[in-house]
Design a protein around this ligand. Structure first.
Ligand SMILES: [Zn+2]
Length: 500
């Protein structure tokens, strides 16, 4: 067989319809954004899907046709202009490449833009139209992907990350590439099918390592791969903050020529997920109560999880609700919190290190938490054009720009203010500005999951009842477009597991 030509690209974004943030090209560029021949150079040594796929293709004598590769993180919708540019560049490069034998795209599932609720479906339909129906398309998605009928219609191979925290992005790219190569060589005839449960779930209990409620679901998926029922079985917990029809937890199976088998396995997995739904619900604490309990414990860091302000889920990262509670209830305790707050950074730069000023902190975009927190602060550090390299996870090895940054102190409480928002994997952002969270009494984290791994030895971790577009209290959201009935807003109804 002649040397296969495979087009490869990545276009990831996690949309959140509850978020006020409009995402533009700069937000993609601040994570990674590479075109054509730049892609291998920029991403080969990272933990990205592209890196894993490139490794498989290098070992298989493949001519790789790199398209574009970028991750916009999460936010509200992507601006129409930015989405159009990225889509057109991907499709333009694919058309210019001439005939290819296969396509691999790393996507998220949940890419929404101004004017479209299903960017991935649109892109895959356009890719299929360019390459022709006989050319296999492989897609990998985030475990929180929103899987739409257009996606399984156009991607014969559709798989997801197996791990949350997402430490297996590179392996996922490798698995997708391996299946694609087998399809190109005529060894398999892949077909993908999904089943969806009428539910959305908070992320806090979706940990894939250990004995949480995901354990049996994972074991079932691996068993159906091992017994040969299907080539790949994936569970998609879905980004729950999408007020759209057709949103729910899904399972996708890829079978060898047997669509009915794929459908059967997808149904079996999503039914198990449904049966375990109540195990995923979480209880929360008021910030003041969590701080009171934390103060009574010896040592630190006590983790205060403000997961409702999770940039990685689409929030603005500028909520100062927990800062207000710390100032009120623990002004004598060391603490670290991150706020996206370009105004405070600018003021800190104006007065300089050692200077003091009356700051208005956060809550400009996150208005559900009240007005900005007004406090007298001392500027402790200023870092123009700050950046850090991710230590792991789906951005592992990628350098993130957080813009001009400053640390301002309110007594022992340290506030890391940055001009740009950033996906929170571990504590890289604090360390980049000289703050060691492990030496603090309290650390405010703004994600629902990754901190559980990062601060595994912490004396206590509290999930806070705070307002925001990534709340774990899904029943509190005023849903308008979501299909109903839907757990956890409703329960005790007979579920229909929609297929596609
Ligand atoms: Zn995810």
């Amino acid at each position: 067989m002649k040397r296969p030509r495979i087009a490869l690209g990545a276009l990831l974004f996690e949309g959140n319809t509850l978020s006020p943030v409009i995402t533009g090209r700069a937000d993609f560029a601040s994570k990674y954004l590479a075109s054509g021949a730049e892609i291998p150079a920029k991403l080969a040594s990272t933990n990205t899907e592209i890196s894993g796929a490139l490794e498989v293709f290098r070992g298989a004598d493949v001519e790789v046709v790199p398209l574009i590769a970028t991750h916009g993180g999460a936010g509200g919708r992507v601006s129409a202009g930015c989405y159009g540019e990225l889509r057109d560049e991907l499709l333009g490069r694919l058309k210019a490449a001439g005939p290819v034998d296969g396509v691999y795209l790393a996507l998220h599932g949940a890419f929404i833009a101004e004017g479209t609720d299903d960017a991935e479906g649109e892109i895959l339909a356009a890719v299929a139209a360019v390459v022709g129906r006989a050319v296999p398309i492989a897609v990998s998605c985030d475990l929180h992907g929103h899987i739409t009928p257009a996606m399984t219609r156009h991607a014969q191979i559709l798989i997801g990350y197996r791990e949350y925290p997402h430490d297996d992005t590179r392996e996922t790219g490798g698995r997708a590439a391996t299946l694609l190569l087998r399809a190109i060589r005529g060894q398999i005839r892949p077909v993908s099918r999904f089943r969806r449960a009428p539910m959305i779930l908070p992320a806090q209990r979706q940990r894939t390592k250990g004995d949480g409620p995901m354990r049996e679901i994972i074991d079932l998926a691996r068993a159906r791969e091992a017994d040969g029922s299907v080539l790949a079985a994936s569970y998609f917990c879905v980004q729950p903050w999408l007020d759209l029809p057709g949103v729910g937890v899904t399972a996708v199976a890829v079978a060898d020529g047997d669509a009915a088998a794929a459908d059967r396995v997808a149904e079996e997995i999503v039914r198990l997920h449904w049966n375990k739904r109540r195990e995923f619900l979480v209880s929360t604490e008021q910030p003041a109560e969590a701080i009171r309990k934390g103060r009574a414990l010896a040592g630190g860091p006590v983790i205060l999880a403000d997961a409702a302000d999770c940039v990685g889920g689409g929030a603005s990262g500028d909520s100062s609700v927990v800062l207000r509670a710390l100032i009120e209830h623990a002004p004598d305790q060391t603490a670290a919190i991150h706020l996206v707050d370009p105004e405070t950074v600018a003021e800190a730069r104006r007065v300089g290190v050692g200077g003091r000023f009356r700051a208005r902190l956060g809550n400009r975009l996150a208005t559900l938490g009240g007005p900005p927190v007004v406090a007298e602060v001392t500027v402790e550090r200023i870092e123009p054009k700050a950046a850090f390299r991710y230590s792991g996870g789906l951005m592992g090895g990628v350098e993130a720009a957080i813009g001009d940054a400053a640390v301002v102190a309110i007594g022992p409480i340290k506030v890391l203010c940055t001009s740009l928002s950033s996906y929170e994997y571990a504590d890289e952002h604090f360390l980049a500005l000289g703050l060691d969270p492990r030496r603090m009494k309290f650390v405010v984290v703004k994600n629902p999951m990754n901190y559980q791994q990062v601060y595994a030895g912490a004396p206590a971790m509290f999930v806070l009842d705070t307002p925001g577009p990534t709340t774990c209290n899904l029943a509190s959201v005023g849903w308008r477009r979501l299909d109903r009935p839907c757990f956890p807003m409703e329960d005790g109804f007979e579920p229909v597991f929609a297929s596609g």
